[in-house]
Design a protein around this ligand. Structure first.
Ligand code: ZN
Length: 275
């Protein structure tokens, strides 16, 4: 069956259907006409990287990115070195599964001031960019909502991500725009345009912000169930030149409880109606 054209940019993150192992996820995604897959590293664990790469290659899905690298800042130089080495391994894994991009959750630790953490992130990216280039893998800095500034990322606005990408000034390093993290920002349209001028919009993630949000991490909503103007943000991203996959990325303890095949049908409808 040919994929309907309006679904040709529909990509799903494996974390969205966390109960499904990679082979089952690939089969199920094809059944609802999903075109692309972004693989979370935990999904590679059960089979290992090599066998997972074969599952992906045989699936007919386009591998869009590997989630995730980053977590660079640390209190000690030894731990910062460990983080860089770990990210070299993530780059190797991306190359092995044919993922052209790694999404970076850049990291933060409570005892390192945010300005210092951003310096540490920049230093790590300067070091990793040539290694990523050799592997033909790009690195997308994903700004995270400020509620994650304590432990997950010191990069909290698209403006900061653009600053960082411009500072590193490598074609390997750009930004990943996730509506969940940036929808509230009154500078968003201007910063998307700036990233577009820099040709650095590497990927685009969608889901929705539920109101009320009951859990900081695992209560993301299906597109259309919350308050994010997804279509508006997509229009800005596309007028800035982005024509890549529209990646659905939802972490939800509630949605993981559902029958995942029924959930996938619901996502397909929501994607068509609200993304
Ligand atoms: Zn994301």
């Amino acid at each position: 069956m040919n994929t309907p054209p309006e679904l040709s940019r529909f990509c799903l993150h494996t974390i969205t259907t966390k109960p499904l192992a990679l082979p089952a996820a690939c089969t199920a995604y094809k059944q609802v006409d999903i075109s692309g897959i972004t693989v979370w590293r935990d999904a590679l664990q059960p089979l290992g990287v090599k066998a997972s790469a074969k599952v992906l290659a045989d699936s007919g899905l386009k591998v869009v990115s590997l989630c995730r690298g980053g977590f660079f800042p640390a209190v000690t130089a030894v731990d910062r070195r460990k983080a860089i080495d770990e990210n070299r391994q993530v780059i190797d894994e991306a190359a092995a599964i044919g993922a052209p991009l790694i999404v970076l959750v850049c990291g933060a630790v409570p005892k390192v001031p945010l300005t210092e953490a951003r310096k540490q992130i920049a230093e790590a990216l300067v070091e990793l960019a040539p290694y990523a280039a050799d592997a033909n893998v790009k690195l997308g800095i994903e700004p995270l909502h400020p509620m994650f500034a304590d432990t997950r990322s010191a990069v909290n606005t698209l403006g900061q991500a653009n600053d960082l990408a411009e500072q590193i000034n490598s074609p390997q390093v750009g930004v990943t725009i996730d509506v969940y993290h940036v929808w509230w920002d009154d500078r968003l349209e201007a910063e998307i345009a700036r990233a577009g001028r820099n040709k650095s919009i590497f990927s685009f993630h969608v889901c929705d912000w539920l109101s009320p949000t009951r859990d900081m991490l695992n209560d993301r909503g299906v597109m259309g169930d919350g308050c994010i103007p997804i279509r508006q943000i997509r229009a800005w991203v596309e007028s800035a030149g982005f024509d890549g996959m529209i990646e659905v990325e939802i972490f939800s303890s509630e949605l993981w409880q559902l029958d995942q095949m029924q959930f996938l049908h619901r996502l397909r409808t929501a994607y068509l109606e609200h993304s």
